[in-house]
Design a protein around this ligand. Structure first.
Ligand code: DX5
Ligand code: ZN
Length: 224
């Protein structure tokens, strides 16, 4: 799945950018919610999700990089988010937060920053439909991926296979035409792409090339 992150979109014409991404073949739309506390940046809230919902029927994937996310989960679901990820580092009772997301009719996801070990979610995977492994220090687009996260993705994929669980592995940060093959080979299902898409001129051609690299990456991994 190709999941454009609107953090890198032209906000003077957000609706047109979302429609252009959808026409280019986007599967979900990623919304990076930042509070200036958990991460050193301040971005968007439920109002932006509601605006995106007015222009597209695509799934909306709200990535909550905020302290005290439980306070806002209902608002994001009511605004139209179909997928809501909560950072495990920001909550005391992760299972309660995931159950709250599901009780609001959205798919719960667990997000982890690059330095956070997989073990933090060992007893929470049963409550999640997807896991978002962030490959950069959360807070900004346009950063270089931290390659160690590829090993973390492989370890999660192996653990999910061992458990026989079909949880979606999503990753974001530093995914572009040069790196997406490595993410695919490591086991990622949903690829969040910000600057590499919205700073590219031709969205359909860029998405087509990205999908081509995903296939190559998966074929390469299968051949090993
Ligand atoms: C980073 C965000 C990512 C970011 C991706 O904290 O969670 O979603 O927007 O942007 P690129 O693809 O430019 O690294
Ligand atoms: Zn994100």
């Amino acid at each position: 799945m190709i999941v454009p992150s609107i953090l890198s979109a032209d906000f003077t014409r957000l609706g047109a950018e979302v429609l252009a991404a959808e026409r280019a073949g986007a599967d979900w739309i990623h919304v990076d919610v930042m509070d200036g506390h958990f991460v050193p940046n301040l971005t968007m809230g439920p109002m932006t999700v509601a605006a995106v919902r007015r222009v597209t029927d695509l799934p909306i994937d709200a990535h909550l990089m905020i302290d005290n996310p439980d306070q806002f989960i209902r608002d994001f679901a009511a605004a139209g988010a179909t997928h809501i990820s909560v950072h495990a580092e920001t909550v005391t009772h992760l299972n309660r937060s995931l159950q709250l997301v599901r009780s609001c009719g959205a798919h719960p996801g667990i997000a982890l920053g690059p330095s956070t070990p997989l073990s933090i979610m060992e007893w929470s995977l049963d409550f999640a439909d997807f896991v978002l492994l962030v490959a950069v220090n959360p807070g900004f687009g346009g950063q270089e991926l931290q390659r160690a996260v590829l090993d973390k993705i492989r370890a999660l994929r192996a653990e999910l296979t061992r458990r026989g669980r079909s949880i979606i592995i999503e990753s974001d940060g530093g995914i572009n035409e040069r790196t997406i093959g490595d993410f695919a080979a490591a086991g990622v299902d949903a690829f969040v792409i910000g600057s590499a898409l919205f700073e590219a001129g031709d969205y359909p051609a860029t998405v087509a090339r990205l999908r081509g690299e995903v296939e190559l990456g998966r074929k390469g991994a299968a051949a090993q």
